[in-house]
Design a protein around this ligand. Structure first.
Ligand code: NDP
Length: 456
C-alpha cells in the first residue's frame, strides 16, 4: 500500500521510482504560510530595483542550471530533451521579464478639484500557486515569478506526480540570494495541501492550473473568502484549415502531439474544408507514421510517454479498439506509451470530439464553408486556443474575431509567449497570466487623494 505521507516520483518512460518526497500536511501548509507572511513584508519593503536585481541573479542561476533542470523534467515528466531545455529557458526569460516589470510598476496621477489622486499598485501578500503535471516547470514559473516581482511571497503546490523541478527552482532561488521563505514549494496531495492553501485566510490569491472540474471547486472555495483566483483550465482547441492554406504547415502533427498531447493548447480538433479533406487525411497518415516516439532523453525523440498509468487508461478509453483512425507507433513498455492517433470517424458531438483527452489523440472533421467552420470551432464548452489557416486576410480576421477563445494564431500554431497575455474564454478559465499585465494581476490598486487646499 502506498504511504499517503510520501510521494513516489515515477519516470513515466521506464516506470522506475526516481525519488520519494514527503507530502505536506495541512499543518505544514499553515507553517509555510506563517513563515511567508513576514518574508513578504520585508520583500515588499525593498526598493523595486533591489527586487529586480535579485530576480536577475535568480535568472542567471537558472541559466547556469539549464541542463540539470531539463534532465529533471525529462525524468519526472517524460518531456523530450528539446522541450525540457526550452522550458528551463522559458523560466529564465520570464524571470528577466518580471524583473523589468518590477522596475516599471508605477501608478498614475489623476487631477481632481482641489488636488490630485495618486494610485499605487500594492502587492497582495502571500500568493498560493497550484500547478499541474503537464508543464511542471513553466507553470510553476508563470504563476510564481510575476507574483514575486510585484512584491508578493509564493507558496507553490506542484502536482503530486511532478514535484522535482519546482523544488529545484526553489533551491536555486535561495542559492541566488532570494530571502528565505519567500518562494516555498510544498509537494503534497490536492485534497489536503491544495485545499489547505485555497482555504488559508492569509493566502491572498490563488493561481490554479489544471482540470476544469477541480478549477470549479477551487473557485467555489475562493468565493467563500472573496479571494481572487486565476484559473487556467482545459481546452479542446480547433485547428481550422481552409482549402487555400499551406496544408503541410497547417497539418503539422505537433500542433496536437507536442508533450504527447498533454497540453491545454493542443489543437486536437482538426477541422478541414471538405475539398481538401482527402489530401489532409493522406498527409496526416504519413506524418503520424514518421513521428519518432520513444526515450525522451534521446535527442532524436519527438514524442515521449504519457505521465502515468491513470492518464494512459483515460486516453485509451477514448479510442476503442478498431475505431477508424490514423495511427503512428509507440513502444510496448515498460512506460506509459500511446501512439499518435487521429480519429477519422468521430461524430462532432461524441466524447472524443468534445472532451479534453490530454493525450496524443485528435479528431479529423470536415467543414463546408466559413460559417460552418466557425460553428464547429465554437461548438465546445472550452475556449483556450486555436489556429486558423488561410491565405485570405479578410477571412483570417473574420474567423479570428468570431472564434471564442483567448489565444489564437493565424497561419501558425504558436500563440503562447511570456510577454503576451495567456488565458481562456468559457470553461477554459478566468483571468490572464503573462504579458504586460502579469504583475498588476498580483496587486491591489490603492487610490490616495492629495488635497492642495491650504488651512481654512
Ligand atoms: P487536477 O486539476 O485534479 O490537478 C491539478 C492540480 O490541482 C494538482 O496539483 C492537484 O494535486 C491539485 N488539486 C487536485 N484537487 C485539488 C483540490 N481539491 N484543491 C486544490 N488543489 C487540488 O488534474 P488531474 O491531475 O486530476 O488531471 C485530470 C485531467 O485534467 C487531465 O486528464 C486533463 O484533461 C486535465 N488537466 C488539464 C491541465 C491544463 O493545463 N489545462 C493540467 C492538468 C490536467 P494532485 O497532483 O495531488 O492531484
Amino acid at each position: 500500500m502506498t504511504d499517503p505521507h510520501q510521494l513516489q516520483v515515477v519516470n513515466p518512460a521506464t516506470e522506475e521510482i526516481i525519488a520519494t518526497v514527503p507530502a505536506a500536511s495541512a499543518e505544514e501548509v499553515n507553517t509555510a504560510v506563517a513563515r511567508a507572511v513576514p518574508a513578504q513584508r520585508a520583500w515588499a519593503a525593498l526598493a523595486p530595483a533591489d527586487r529586480a536585481r535579485l530576480l536577475r541573479r535568480f535568472a542567471d542561476t537558472v541559466d547556469a542550471h539549464t541542463e540539470e533542470l531539463a534532465l529533471l523534467e525529462v525524468r519526472e515528466a517524460g518531456h523530450t530533451l528539446g522541450n525540457a531545455r526550452w522550458e528551463a529557458g522559458n523560466a529564465r526569460d520570464l524571470l528577466l521579464y518580471a524583473a523589468g516589470g518590477a522596475e516599471r510598476l508605477t501608478g498614475s496621477q489623476i487631477p481632481a478639484p482641489g488636488g490630485w489622486n495618486v494610485t499605487f499598485h500594492e502587492p497582495l501578500g502571500v500568493v498560493g500557486v497550484i500547478a499541474p503535471w503537464n508543464f511542471p516547470m513553466p507553470i510553476a514559473a508563470w504563476g510564481s515569478f510575476p507574483a514575486l516581482a510585484a512584491g508578493n511571497a509564493v507558496v507553490l503546490k506542484p502536482a503530486e506526480t511532478t514535484p522535482l523541478t519546482a523544488l529545484r527552482l526553489a533551491g536555486l532561488a535561495l542559492e541566488a540570494g532570494l530571502p528565505e521563505h519567500l518562494f516555498q514549494v510544498l509537494p503534497g496531495h490536492g485534497h489536503t495541501a491544495g485545499r489547505a492553501l485555497v482555504d488559508h485566510p492569509d493566502i491572498a490569491k490563488i493561481v490554479f492550473t489544471g482540470s476544469t472540474r477541480t478549477g470549479h471547486e477551487v473557485a467555489e472555495r475562493c468565493a467563500r473568502l472573496l479571494k481572487p483566483v486565476t484559473l487556467e483550465l482545459g481546452g479542446k482547441s480547433p485547428n481550422i484549415v481552409f482549402a487555400d492554406a499551406d496544408l503541410k504547415a497547417a497539418l503539422d502533427p505537433f500542433s496536437f502531439l507536442d508533450n504527447a498531447g498533454q497540453d491545454c493548447c493542443a489543437r486536437t480538433r482538426v477541422l478541414v474544408q471538405r475539398e481538401v479533406y482527402d489530401e489532409a487525411r493522406a498527409h496526416l497518415a504519413d506524418a503520424l507514421a514518421a513521428v519518432v516516439v520513444g526515450d525522451p532523453a534521446d535527442e532524436k525523440t519527438q514524442m515521449g510517454p504519457l505521465i502515468s498509468r491513470a492518464q494512459l487508461d483515460r486516453v485509451r478509453s477514448y479510442v476503442p479498439d478498431g475505431a477508424p483512425a490514423l495511427r503512428g507507433t509507440a513502444p510496448d513498455g515498460p512506460g506509459f506509451w500511446f501512439p499518435p492517433t487521429v480519429l477519422t470517424d468521430a461524430a462532432p458531438d461524441s466524447p472524443a470530439a468534445r472532451e479534453e483527452i490530454f493525450g496524443p489523440v485528435a479528431v479529423l472533421l470536415p467543414f463546408d464553408d466559413e460559417r460552418d467552420a466557425i460553428r464547429l470551432a465554437n461548438d465546445t464548452p472550452y475556449g483556450l486556443s486555436g489556429s486558423i489557416w488561410t491565405r485570405d486576410l479578410g477571412r483570417a480576421l473574420r474567423v479570428s474575431g468570431a472564434v471564442r477563445a483567448g489565444n489564437l494564431s493565424v497561419n501558425s500554431h504558436s500563440s503562447v509567449r511570456y510577454w503576451t497575455p495567456f488565458g481562456g474564454f468559457k470553461q477554459s478559465g478566468l483571468g490572464r497570466e503573462l504579458g504586460p499585465d502579469a504583475l498588476t494581476a498580483f496587486t491591489e490598486t490603492k487610490n490616495v487623494f492629495l488635497s492642495t487646499e491650504g488651512p481654512a
